[in-house]
Design a binder for this molecule. Structure first.
Ligand code: TYD
Length: 216
């Protein structure tokens, strides 16, 4: 975290891992303690990025197109939503960020990781008081759930999008992609055992944020 700036927290996990409700609960807990919170998601979070989200989730395309569209959405999201919120000193809670691209497009689709790294460096380059830097979450909460369990949960859910419709083998590669991202930058991650009752998962999420001194 840069001094005098907000806090940027992302939430990750395969489809069905159950992160979204905990993001809402954390937003409420932070607001109850007087923090201003921007609650957002990827792909999406701005008018343009939400249009790109609809394309990525529903229209047939190859892995490179997918990667370019999620990074295009991310660029707009950073410029229009995330950076201004951080500059106002807010806590930004973002349902998915770049780790999802490495996990889904890199792991799941097998797309070139070097190109994803290149895009990450370019797209997330932002201006700070001491020059340009690459914006990354201060903390990434990863809901780790076995793909078989997630598939079981998803089978009871609504009409699947292009990702939710993928077989369990796809989600094994996505999960491995997340594990690789954690291994490369362990200090940024809190791994949450997501195969526990809801309350226990929430306590683990809260603990991860408390451990960093951002929640009493
Ligand atoms: P998700 O966040 O699970 O939202 P919902 O709960 O409304 O379904 O859906 C976003 C989907 O987009 C998810 O399947 C993962 C995928 N995705 C990518 O493939 N790459 C990315 O970079 C991002 C941010 C998401």
């Amino acid at each position: 975290m840069t001094a005098g700036q907000g806090i940027f927290i992302s939430f990750e996990g395969i489809d069905g891992a159950g992160k979204s409700s905990h993001v809402d609960t954390l937003a409420q807990a932070l607001r109850d303690q007087g923090r201003s919170v921007t609650l957002t998601r990827e792909p999406g979070g701005t008018a343009l990025a939400e249009k790109l989200r609809a394309l990525v989730l529903n229209d047939p395309m190859d892995a490179m197109t997918e990667a370019l569209l999620v990074f295009a959405a991310r660029r707009d999201h950073l410029r229009v939503c995330i950076e201004p919120a951080l500059a106002r000193g807010e806590v930004v809670l973002c349902d998915r960020f770049t780790d999802a691209t490495f996990a889904y497009q890199g792991g799941g689709r097998g797309f070139d990781l070097a190109m994803l790294s290149f895009l990450e460096q370019k797209v997330q380059a932002v201006q700070g008081p001491e020059g340009d830097f690459v914006r990354n979450p201060d903390l990434t909460v990863w809901f780790d759930l076995a793909p078989e369990v997630a598939a079981e949960r998803l089978s009871q859910a609504r009409t699947p999008d292009r990702f939710e419709a993928q077989p369990v083998t796809f989600f094994r590669r996505v999960a491995a992609g997340y594990a690789q991202r954690l291994a490369a930058d362990p200090g940024r991650f809190a791994r949450i055992e997501a195969n526990l009752p809801r309350d226990a998962v929430w306590r683990a999420v809260r603990q991860a944020v408390q451990a960093r001194g951002w929640l009493a």
